[in-house]
Design a protein around this ligand. Structure first.
Ligand code: NAD
Ligand code: TYD
Length: 347
């Protein structure tokens, strides 16, 4: 099995690369990543010398490069995570999201089709997507695999578009695919622009915690290593042409989550109870802010036997411990120092 993982230097991708490199020594894992601001090879220091692992620096928006890469390595499988992934950035620069998330995905599909189009036997294109494609929920209800797409941000619109292209290549060209739509991930190695790592970083630094709007927005949180386990299971046991929703059965209003995080950080930093909460600052709301996401993960649970392995409290404690124990990683990320790691390591 020659397996291409795109976006493997990012947050979720690095956990997926580690999962496959360590669990499947008989596979060869190729990690293709452009190393944008979100890609950090320091996430993969522990596996970078493994004999079944190769890092390739490259951009999925470069069609000729992608095509050549597939012809050279003849990938049997693709797990596609590379994306622009931050909603707030998509509001200021939607085109970057169209380029990577839509065009980049199409270039990968074309290269995969170009390689195996006359015989797809034993091949799989696995597209990693998000629950945000379904839009927003009211007070009740859950996203299922048949919920209509209704994306509200340029990020979710670009992911929805890429999902449609993957499905269309399946219908039109018989390309074997699977799609998973996952809820919000948290855990080690997440870039500190997303809610949980940003707030951990700010609490350490005694900086304000910018809560958007009234803080009464709901997200369904999943520990990233449980997502990586789900991806492993889906890659090996899915029914092709299907979609699976992945979620933590774990809904939190932002403000409640932030208060829990403050509480746990006070304990870990030996600060008086209530100190970190004083950093909470309500700021201008995000435009088009989705009110509530919540996943019905019963399909993957019932058909593949997957369920989260940690509770939210356990996952959050592991995450806090990781950030406090990896001050150097955090310092490199916040100073930009991590971006020179590639030159030092691979030049
Ligand atoms: P991330 O931003 O941490 O990582 C994205 C990675 O893709 C980075 O390493 C970046 O360098 C790489 N990349 C970006 N543009 C590229 C390009 N043009 N060519 C090659 N590589 C490029 O993102 P993440 O949070 O790890 O998300 C990974 C995937 O999972 C995305 O597809 C995202 O939509 C999806 N997802 C994320 C979440 C979440 O909560 N983070 C939830 C559900 C689904
Ligand atoms: P985020 O981590 O950006 O993920 P997503 O937008 O994909 O759900 O945000 C999670 C929630 O936290 C979302 O409702 C927006 C909110 N939020 C804040 O209130 N303040 C912040 O500084 C950030 C980054 C997010």
């Amino acid at each position: 099995m020659k397996l291409l993982i795109t976006g493997g230097a990012g947050f979720i991708g690095s956990h997926v690369v580690r999962q496959f490199v360590t669990a499947y020594p008989e596979y060869h894992i190729y990690n293709l990543d452009a190393l944008t601001y979100a890609g950090n090879l320091e996430n993969l220091k522990d596996v970078e010398t493994a004999s079944n692992y190769t890092f390739i620096k490259g951009d999925i928006t470069d069609a000729l490069f992608v095509d050549r890469l597939f012809k050279t390595h003849q990938f049997d499988g693709v797990i596609h995570l590379a994306a622009e992934s931050h909603v707030d950035r998509s509001i200021t620069d939607p085109l970057a999201f169209v380029k990577t998330n839509v065009l980049g995905t199409i270039h990968l599909l074309n290269a995969f089709k170009g390689l195996w189009g006359s015989n797809f036997e034993g091949k799989l294109f696995y597209h990693i997507s998000t629950d945000e494609v379904y839009g927003t929920l009211g007070e009740t209800g859950l996203f299922t695999e048949t919920t209509s797409y209704d994306p509200n941000s340029p990020y979710s619109a670009s992911k929805a578009s890429s999902d449609h292209f993957v499905r269309a290549y399946g219908e039109t060209y018989g390309l074997p695919y699977v799609i998973t739509n996952c809820s919000n991930n948290y855990g080690p190695n997440q870039f500190p622009e997303k809610l949980i790592p940003l707030f951990i970083h700010n609490i350490i630094q005694n900086k304000p915690l910018p809560v958007y709007g009234d803080g009464n927005y709901t997200r369904d949180w999943l520990y990233v290593i449980d997502h990586a386990r789900a991806i492993d299971l889906v890659f090996h046991q899915c029914k092709q042409g299907e979609t699976y929703n992945i979620g933590g059965f774990n809904e939190w209003k932002n403000i409640d989550l932030v208060k829990l995080l403050c509480d746990k950080m006070d304990q870990r930093l030996h600060r008086p109870k209530g100190q970190s909460e004083q950093l909470i600052t309500y700021v201008k709301d995000r435009p088009g802010h989705d009110k509530r996401y919540a996943i019905d993960a019963s399909k993957i649970n019932e058909t593949l036997g997957w369920q989260p392995s940690v509770t939210f409290e356990q996952g959050l404690e592991k995450t806090i411990d990781w950030y406090l124990g990896n001050a150097e990683w955090l310092a490199h990320v916040t100073s930009g120092e991590y971006q020179s790691y590639y030159e030092r390591q691979y030049s």
